[in-house]
Design a protein around this ligand. Structure first.
Ligand SMILES: [Fe+2]
Length: 147
């Protein structure tokens, strides 16, 4: 499988839904931002400023999303919140390393996008699914919860 086939494989799918609208929308926005950035870097011409801006937005949004998710998990009394926060922290540290590379102009944006998309899919399907199952067991429907 080539890298671009791998990327195609990681587009947003309905099966990623946790049936918590606010979280599903944020997850989808993250995939959309990754896709926009990918299109930009694959398009013709020198768009490094646009890439920088979109990259910054993506990083900012990831942080915003993690905070919202952690706030939600606290609200519902999710017992594995510390472990979940730890996973978010690890991703943030990886992103900081990528950012450092960007500053040093050594960042391979494609590589960063593959990493981020792979991480997101794995996280949503495995770790985020755990709290969705926890909610289901508790019989709580948070479909339309707001934060
Ligand atoms: Fe998460």
């Amino acid at each position: 499988m080539t890298i671009s086939e791998g990327i195609m494989d990681y587009c947003w799918k309905n099966e990623y839904k946790l049936n918590i609208n606010i979280i599903d929308e944020q997850h989808k926005s993250l995939f959309d931002a990754i896709e926009d950035l990918e299109k930009l870097i694959n398009s013709e011409g020198n768009q490094s400023h646009a890439v920088d801006a979109l990259l910054a937005l993506l990083i900012h949004y990831t942080d915003y999303h993690f905070k919202a998710e952690e706030q939600l998990l606290e609200k519902i009394g999710y017992p594995d919140l510390p472990q979940h926060c730890q996973l978010h922290k690890e991703l943030k540290n990886s992103v900081l390393n990528f950012l450092q590379e960007q500053k040093e102009k050594t960042l391979d944006v494609n590589n960063f996008l593959v990493f981020l998309r792979y991480w997101l899919v794995k996280h949503i399907l495995v770790e985020d699914r755990k709290y969705a199952n926890f909610l289901q067991k508790k019989g709580q429907n948070l479909g339309n919860i707001s934060l």
